[in-house]
Write a protein that binds this ligand. Structure first.
Ligand code: ADP
Length: 250
């Protein structure tokens, strides 16, 4: 039997009022793939990632996340699926006033009871798991540092450590290097890719910097005005396709 795809979209359209953010998008992503989403600002990349993590419901079309239809799940069952899909954001989505260990431990929250989560704000729990995750992203020495004191690149490492603690099946990253110094971008992308390889995670990453789509991903999905313009193995994407994707409409 063929293994189930991690993500499957059939003719998915997402509208915000009169605005169509995604139009007729069909996509199948298998376990272990490293997929880049590219396209100009407003093309629908964040919306697509929102559909893939179950936070945005399609206006029409069908979605399967880990084989499940989110529209048919109870809130509890949907949360269970969502725990297996970790998301990293451009703006990190960390709590700046908390120490690094608390932000990393937030990766447990989907699994912890409310009592344990509240207690963890007083006594950081699961120190070992947090240390291990921070070692994997190269900043174990920052465990008790106030998160706001870290650089952009270090904060993104904290966000990656949080996702490692969550231990999802797939990692979605929404422009993970847009708020990071250009010199640090390659390090973050290389780290993300290496961790997905090492821990066997499927990766879908939206990127502004096309060079990293070529260098760090095996498949590129080009979006423009909410539609998939191409969906190809990286080595089949030509400069002409890229140019057409970003061409300004006359
Ligand atoms: P990208 O990530 O490629 O920049 P987005 O998915 O953020 O694209 O946006 C696609 C389109 O949907 C844009 O025109 C954007 O302005 C619009 N949009 C995104 N989110 C919302 C929202 N919550 N409400 C209304 N319009 C939105």
């Amino acid at each position: 039997m063929q293994p189930l795809p991690i993500f499957e979209l059939r003719r998915v359209t997402v509208r915000y009022g009169a605005l169509t953010a995604l139009q007729d998008v069909s996509l199948r992503i298998e376990a272990g793939e490293r997929v880049a989403l590219i396209g100009p600002s407003g093309a629908g990349k964040s919306t697509l990632l929102g559909v893939l993590n179950g936070s945005i419901a399609p206006t029409s079309g069908e979605v399967r996340l880990l084989g499940q239809n989110p529209a048919r799940l109870s809130a509890r069952a949907l949360r269970h699926v969502q725990r297996q899909i970790g998301t990293i954001y451009q703006q990190f989505n960390l709590v700046p006033n908390l120490s690094v260990i608390h932000n990393v431990n937030a990766g447990h929250l989907g699994r912890w009871s409310l009592a344990k989560a509240v207690l963890s704000l007083v006594v950081p729990l699961e120190r070992e798991a947090a240390v291990r995750a921070l070692e994997n992203v190269g900043i174990a020495d920052k465990l008790y540092e106030r998160t706001a004191n870290l650089s952009g690149g270090q904060q993104q490492r904290v966000a990656i450590a949080r996702v490692l603690v969550q231990n999802p099946v797939a990692i979605l990253a929404d422009e993970p290097i847009s708020s990071v110094d250009p010199e640090r971008s390659r390090e973050i992308m290389t780290l993300l890719r290496a961790l997905c390889d090492r821990f066997d995670k499927t990766l879908v990453v939206s990127l502004h910097a096309l060079e990293y789509a070529y260098s760090h991903c095996d498949r590129i999905v080009g979006l423009r005005e909410g539609r998939v313009q191409f969906d190809l193995p990286t080595d089949q994407v030509t400069p002409a396709m890229m140019e057409a994707l970003y061409r300004i409409r006359a």
